[in-house]
Write a protein that binds this ligand. Structure first.
Ligand SMILES: Cc1cc2nc3c(=O)[nH]c(=O)nc-3n(C[C@H](O)[C@H](O)[C@H](O)COP(=O)(O)O)c2cc1C
Length: 187
């Protein structure tokens, strides 16, 4: 069983990277195979809405999305997106990757391919933001929901942390170790 972690933060070893590492350690201890991809390190063209995937089921671009990310997400049984909030949305590199999942949306909804039949794939969102508003994570949750749906992944749950800003703050959070352990135990 393969767990794929997608790091959305451009900040090296920041708060959401810490969440990914903690979750992956727990999953490794349970015997899962783990792989982590950093959205900012992948060279991904933004979707241009050409419609090629809607008729042919393939993207016109041959880049890190098609050659690295797509095979990884197709293979994964559990997918975890870990990201900070940037202006109430996902950071740009991760959003570019999310938009390109249109190819799986097209295969599922336009071409009725049902390529993940019998797979029971699951997805999790881990998120951090500096402020504390009630609606802080609404945008991320909605985008994650439809990203997972396009890839035929059941949106299992999320862990969202408010008031986390400086690098290293997540590590000092009083319940994070227990939260991530409980999350990993769901699988
Ligand atoms: C460009 C940018 C935009 C941000 N926008 C928001 C925001 O809209 N709301 C918020 O609460 N925090 C915002 N933040 C703060 C980050 O979400 C916060 O610092 C987070 O802990 C960074 O996580 P990381 O270390 O994983 O990158 C923003 C930070 C940056 C750099």
């Amino acid at each position: 069983m393969r767990v794929l972690g997608i790091n959305g933060s451009p900040r090296h070893k920041g708060n959401s990277h810490f969440l990914t590492s903690l979750f992956m350690e727990e999953m490794k201890a349970k015997g899962y195979d783990t792989k982590v991809l950093d959205a900012v390190k992948l060279k991904i063209n933004p979707c241009i809405g050409c419609g090629n995937c809607e008729t042919k089921g393939v993207c016109i671009f041959k880049d890190d999305f098609t050659q690295v990310f797509l095979p990884a997400i197709i293979e994964a049984d559990i997918v975890v997106i870990s990201s900070p909030i940037y202006f109430y949305a996902f950071p740009a590199a991760l959003k570019a990757l999310i938009d390109r999942i249109q190819v799986l949306w097209s295969r599922k909804y336009r071409l009725k391919m049902d390529e993940f039949k019998d797979r029971n794939r699951k997805g999790v969102l881990l998120a951090v933001g500096a402020t504390r508003g009630k609606d802080l994570f609404d945008g991320l949750k909605l985008t994650a929901k439809y990203f997972f749906d396009a890839a035929d992944i059941h949106y299992e749950t999320e862990l969202c942390y408010r008031g986390i800003d400086e690098k290293g703050e997540m590590e000092k959070h009083p319940t994070v170790h227990e939260d991530i352990k409980l999350l990993a135990d769901r699988f």
